[in-house]
Design a protein around this ligand. Structure first.
Ligand code: NAI
Ligand code: MG
Length: 334
C-alpha cells in the first residue's frame, strides 16, 4: 500500500529545498504519494489564513507530514505557526539528531547524538505571561507534569532501544529549580530504572553545555525539558557544522511532522543556493518513522558519500553547487 504524506512546500527557500528533497525521495523509490497543502505566507496569500483548515485535516488524515520552513509574519498579532502545529497535534517530542558529516566547518568529526526535547510544557507556556502595570517587573511560569516528563523520558529510552543506542543523559537544573526541574529528574530516574540495559546519566545543564563543547562524543541521547532542549539542540547543530545540516522531527501519539531546523533564509531565497540536506535528513527521519529504515540509511549514506566527494556542495559548505545540483549528486549515489 502506498503511504500518503502531507507535504508543505513552505516559504522562502522552502519550495526549492522541498523540490530537491522530493526528487531524491522519488529516486530512492520510497513509494510515497504526496498530498500538497499550504501553510505560512503562501497560505495567507491564497486562503487568507496561515494554517487553513484543509491543511490541518490533511495532516490529521495522513498522520505524517514533511514540512519546509514557514514565515510567520511579524506584527499583526500572528502567533508562530510551528508552535500552533505542535499544540494542535500535541507533538510532545522534538527529536533532533546531530551527526558529524565529512567536509563541514565543524571542529569535530565523531559526533553522533540525538537531543530529545519536551515540546509542550516547561517554560514555554502561553498563559501567565505578565508584566506589571509600571513595566518594572515581569513574570512567567513553568509547568512540568509527571505525565509530560514520563512520556518524553520513555520516548528517549524507547528510541535508544530501537536504534541500538547505549546511553540516555537527562539534562536538568534540579539543584536550583527544585520544584519543576526536580520533578522532571525524579520521573527520569523512575523511568530509567525500567531500562536497566541502557546506561542512564544525569547532568546539570550548565555542565552539559561545557561538556558538549569539550567532549561532544561522550553523548548518545540527551533528554531534557523544553527550554534547555531548545538551546542545547541548536548548540548541537553548531557542533556538527550548522543549520544546513540539522533536521528535526516533532512527534505526537498520532501525528508526526518532519522538517529542517533552519528558517526560510530570505537572504538566499529564490536563487538556488540553499542546502537541501537538512530537509533531506528530516525526510530520512520520516522514513524511519514510516517503517522504511533501510531507505533512510541508504539516503544518509548517499549524503555522506556526496559530501565526502565534495560533489556539487552548496555555498554554506564551501562549494558552488545549486540546490537541485546537490540533490542530483546525492540521488546519483543511492
Ligand atoms: P534562517 O535559518 O532562515 O537563516 C539564518 C542564516 O542561515 C541565513 O544566513 C540563511 O541564509 C542561512 N541558511 C538557513 N538555511 C539554510 C540552508 N538550507 N542552506 C544555506 N543557508 C541556510 O533564520 P532567520 O533568518 O532567523 O529566519 C528567517 C525566517 O524563517 C523568519 O521569518 C523566521 O520566522 C522563519 N523561521 C521558520 C522556521 C520554521 O518554519 N521551522 C524556523 C526558524 C525560522
Ligand atoms: Mg529554537
Amino acid at each position: 500500500m502506498t503511504q500518503t504524506i502531507t507535504v508543505i512546500r513552505g516559504d522562502g527557500i522552502g519550495p526549492e529545498i522541498m523540490d530537491a528533497t522530493l526528487f531524491v525521495l522519488d529516486k530512492l523509490g520510497a513509494g510515497l504519494s504526496y498530498e500538497f497543502a499550504d501553510a505560512g505566507l503562501a497560505a495567507l496569500e491564497k486562503h487568507g489564513e496561515l494554517i487553513p483548515a484543509g491543511t490541518l485535516e490533511s495532516i490529521k488524515k495522513n498522520k505524517v507530514a514533511l514540512k519546509s520552513p514557514l514565515t510567520t509574519p511579524v506584527g499583526g498579532g500572528f502567533s508562530s505557526i510551528n508552535v500552533a502545529l505542535r499544540r494542535q497535534f500535541d507533538l510532545y517530542a522534538n527529536v533532533r539528531p546531530a551527526i558529524s558529516f565529512p567536509n563541514t566547518k565543524s571542529r569535530y568529526e565523531n559526533i553522533n547524538m540525538i537531543t530529545v526535547r519536551e515540546n509542550t510544557e516547561g517554560a514555554y507556556l502561553a498563559e501567565g505571561q505578565e508584566v506589571s502595570a509600571d513595566g518594572e517587573t515581569a513574570f512567567s511560569g513553568t509547568r512540568i507534569t509527571r505525565k509530560g516528563s514520563e512520556r518524553i523520558v520513555r520516548y528517549a529510552f524507547e528510541l535508544a532501544k530501537s536504534t541500538g543506542r547505549k546511553k540516555v543523559t537527562a539534562v536538568h537544573k534540579a539543584n536550583i529549580i527544585k520544584s519543576t526541574s526536580g520533578l522532571f529528574l525524579d520521573v527520569a530516574r523512575e523511568v530509567a530504572a525500567k531500562y536497566p540495559e541502557i546506561e542512564f546519566q544525569e547532568m546539570i545543564v550548565d555542565n552539559a553545555c561545557m561538556q558538549l563543547v569539550m567532549r561532544p562524543e561522550q553523548f548518545d541521547i540527551i533528554v531534557t525539558t523544553n527550554l534547555f532542549g531548545d538551546i542545547i539542540s541548536d548548540l548541537c547543530a553548531g557542533l556538527v557544522g550548522g543549520l544546513g545540516l540539522a533536521p528535526g522531527a516533532n512527534i505526537g501519539v498520532d501525528v508526526a511532522i518532519f522538517e529542517a531546523v533552519h528558517g526560510t533564509a530570505p537572504d538566499i531565497a529564490g536563487q538556488g543556493k540553499a542546502n537541501p540536506v537538512a530537509l533531506l535528513l528530516g525526510a530520512a527521519q520520516m522514513l524511519d518513522h514510516v517503517g522504511q529504515p533501510e531507505n533512510a540509511e541508504r539516503l544518509r549514506k548517499a549524503i555522506v558519500a556526496t559530501m565526502e566527494a565534495k560533489d556539487s556542495l552548496t555555498g554554506d559548505l564551501g562549494g558552488t553547487g545549486t540546490t537541485m545540483g546537490f540533490a542530483q549528486a546525492i540521488a546519483s549515489r543511492l
